[in-house]
Design a protein around this ligand. Structure first.
Ligand SMILES: Nc1ncnc2c1ncn2[C@@H]1O[C@H](COP(=O)(O)OP(=O)(O)OP(=O)(O)O)[C@@H](O)[C@H]1O
Length: 238
């Protein structure tokens, strides 16, 4: 199944120049792609389009088989809830603790508190934040906040994960650990697009890349998953 499809997309901010031009791509369920390209190339803009945070100036987007231009606006929040997203600026809620930030998507989905406690505690331990569960995000380091943002994005095991440099603020060892977490999620069926400047990680994990330069997709590896997409299963992420 095609998870997201972009056809001849153009995007401009206000009256500025087009920052994305003639972008067409289609991602199959279970794919894992690195999104690479120089600073200012349009990686964040592309991820925000895929999250439906921006509307394209031209072209078509279809998410989980729904044409975004014609879909009933009331259905958009439900679609977005199937997408996990890590923004460069994290967007954590500072009036909530680390635990409550990560628990939020599960609470919105009315999951039982007992299950929330179990899953959130396990996931925060996995990302090395066991001792910071009660901390407010503003008291954490940049790398710690980034891990909270990633944990929040994956806790409900989204169908699609869009991660904008999710390892940009952590050391290499932790970056590899976070990549392993994303690989586990991918094996369980989540389609992943991860923007990164870290060529070492791209080489080590070897997923095909979507390379963007000057707003154009320059080069792409195979868009189908390298291995058979795993069936979605119940259970925990870690
Ligand atoms: N909100 C905005 N308003 C106007 N222009 C914007 C806005 N956001 C991004 N741009 C412009 O769009 C272009 C692409 O920016 P984008 O942030 O998508 O690049 P990027 O590849 O993610 O860069 P980086 O690797 O530095 O994060 C840049 O020229 C940038 O100045």
């Amino acid at each position: 199944m095609v998870i997201i499809k972009l056809e001849n997309i153009g995007l401009r901010y206000g009256v500025g120049p087009e920052v994305l031009r003639d972008v067409s791509l289609s991602l199959e369920e279970g794919a894992f792609h690195f999104l690479t390209g120089p600073s200012g190339a349009g990686k964040s803009s592309l991820l925000k389009l895929m999250y439906l945070a921006h509307r394209p100036t031209r072209g078509l987007i279809s998410l989980f088989g729904n044409d975004i231009a014609t879909i009933d606006r009331h259905k958009l929040p439900a679609l977005r809830r199937e997408v996990g997203v890590v923004f460069q600026e994290f967007r954590l809620l500072d009036h909530l603790s680390t635990f409550d930030n990560v628990a939020l998507p599960m609470r919105v989905a009315n999951i039982h508190e007992k299950d929330i406690k179990k899953h959130v505690t396990e996931l925060l331990a996995w990302v090395g934040l066991k001792n910071h569960m009660d901390a407010r995000p503003s008291t954490l380091s940049g790398g710690q906040q980034q891990r909270v943002a990633l944990a929040r994005a994956v806790i409900k095991r989204p169908r699609l994960l869009l991660a904008d440099e999710p390892t940009g603020n952590v050391d290499d060892k932790l970056a590899v650990r976070l990549l392993h977490l994303m690989e586990e999620l991918n094996k369980l069926g989540t389609t992943i697009v991860m923007a990164t400047h870290n060529e070492g990680l791209v080489r080590q994990f070897g997923h095909p890349r979507i390379c963007i330069d000057g707003g154009r997709v320059e080069q792409m590896g195979p868009l189908r998953p390298a291995r058979k997409a795993a069936v979605r299963m119940e259970g925990k992420v870690t």
